[in-house]
Design a protein around this ligand. Structure first.
Ligand code: GLN
Length: 467
């Protein structure tokens, strides 16, 4: 049996055994993955470590096969006429997609509780949320149904679930990876990125999906470095910045302790750690939620029951085609964001809200430009607290939005950021560490993460469900 067939068979068996208890998968591609593995019988290409490897793809990334639902009723039967650039690249590299993963509807949320399908459970403890919106991808990797997955990150949706599920996740620089075929939530913030069990795998997957694509006009034509071969290079003089704004009162004591001890580990690896200032951090959440809702209200206008998606049955008139199709198709959080965004963009309020948010965005970006004059990477907790329980925050959208506090700035500034495991709470829940870097300096973040993982084993600990 070829390695590819064996890999796919074992991934499908694990999905069969574990997914009913985790519910990470929105669709399982058993037949398609098996037959693709059979056609991949050529000898393994040593230059492509993804050859014959099972990968799971978030269900807001278009695939030619199967459906692309965005976990929304409005797209429950949507079959994309084209595949995303990242999907084409995965397949060219010999990867085998074994299924699509669950998410908060249209990637709007932090827990997968907003999924129109069902919530995904945290593999470490089913009472806890897996994070979101790429909760399905993070849970699939955490429970080792797959070792590689793709997510999307508009304001933390790769890093936050990676940290809640004890896996690694990277949001690349804006423009590093093509967004062609990613169903848009907030186009100026969205990026596709990898989730995996360790930094080496992140480097492999990023190397495959990164690169220029003329079908996304915001995608940069900058050479893609060989991320994998750079992982073990000596780091030379490494300056790590720590910002007091990212260690505020809301940080859980066990999170603080784990991140502080990671700083000590990095010092032993030769890092110089100094304080940097990010003074506009207090405006990040307001700025992010104005910009992302404004862009979402415009992007989601296309789902109207005419051009795309669910159409209401027997409407009275054409007005009802739109209003009822959208009322029936979208969930509460998506509606909330469309309303907020429409308001922020309405004439009379545009300058007061949307334009002001754009200016604040520039100030936030300038904070990072200045900080990176003093350091090569900025370290913080990925999230103020470890995973919380289902229902704990879903009653209050504002409380939920505030949990994104350490994640959204990287999207507003367009810089790369990753999350890796750095400890566990006394209840056994994972804790994540975030590293933010200079534009297009993913290689440095991956190098730090990899060298940290050579001397620690937080990323090796698996949830009991894996036993
Ligand atoms: N949790 C954030 C939100 O709800 C981030 C979402 C994302 O990155 N897609 O908007």
């Amino acid at each position: 049996m070829s390695q590819a067939i064996e890999n796919v068979a074992s991934a499908l068996t694990r999905i069969d055994q574990i997914d009913p208890r985790v519910r990470a998968m929105a669709a399982i591609w058993s037949d398609r993955a098996t037959s693709r593995a059979e056609t991949l019988s050529a000898p393994r290409d040593a230059k492509s470590p993804l050859w014959g490897m099972p990968v799971a793809v978030k269900d807001n990334i278009c695939t030619l096969d199967g459906k692309t639902t965005c976990a929304s009723r409005i797209l429950e039967d949507f079959q994309s006429p084209y595949a995303a650039d990242v999907v084409e690249r995965l397949e060219r590299a010999g990867a085998i997609i074994v299924g699509k993963t669950n998410l908060d509807e249209f990637a709007m949320g932090s827990t997968t509780e907003n999924s129109g399908l069902f919530p995904t459970l945290n593999p470490w403890n089913p009472e806890y949320v897996p994070g979101g919106s790429s909760g399905g991808s993070a849970a699939a990797v955490a429970s080792r149904m797959v070792e590689f997955a793709l997510g999307s990150d508009t304001g933390g949706s790769i890093r936050q679930p990676a940290s809640f599920c004890g896996v690694c996740g990277l949001k690349p620089t804006y423009g590093r990876v093509s967004r062609y075929g990613l169903v848009a939530f907030a186009s100026s913030l969205d990026q596709i990125g990898p989730l995996a069990t360790n930094a080496w795998q992140l480097a492999v997957l990023l190397g495959v999906i990164a690169g220029h694509d003329s079908r996304d006009s915001t995608c940069f034509d900058t050479p893609v470095p060989d991320y994998v071969s750079m992982l073990n290079e000596p780091m030379g003089r490494l300056r790590i910045g720590v910002a007091a704004e990212y260690f505020g009162d809301g940080v859980h004591p066990e999170t603080r302790k784990a991140v502080e001890s990671a700083i000590e580990t990095l010092k032993k690896l030769g890092a110089e750690v100094s304080e940097v200032r990010l003074p506009h951090t207090k405006y990040v959440i307001a700025c992010y939620y104005l910009i992302c809702t404004a862009e979402a209200s415009s992007n989601l206008a296309r789902f109207d029951g005419v051009r795309y998606g669910h159409r209401t049955e027997s409407p009275k008139d054409y007005f009802e085609v739109y209003s009822k199709s959208r009322a029936e198709g979208f969930g509460a959080e998506v509606k909330r964001r469309i309303m907020l965004g429409t308001f922020a963009l309405s004439s009379g309020y545009y300058d007061q809200y949307y334009n002001k948010a754009l200016r604040v965005r520039t100030l936030i970006r300038q904070d990072f430009d200045r900080a990176f004059e003093q350091c090569d990477a900025i370290l913080s907790p990925t999230t103020p607290t470890p995973a919380f329980k289902f229902g704990e925050k879903s009653h209050s959208p504002l409380e939920m939005y505030l949990t994104d506090i350490y994640n959204c700035a990287a999207n507003l500034a367009g810089i790369p950021a990753l999350s890796i495991p750095c400890g566990h709470t006394s209840d056994g829940m994972p804790i994540g560490l975030q590293l933010m870097g200079k534009h297009f300096d993913e290689a440095k973040l991956l190098q730090i993460a990899h060298q940290f993982q050579q001397v620690t084993d937080f990323h090796k600990k698996r949830p009991a469900i894996c036993a």
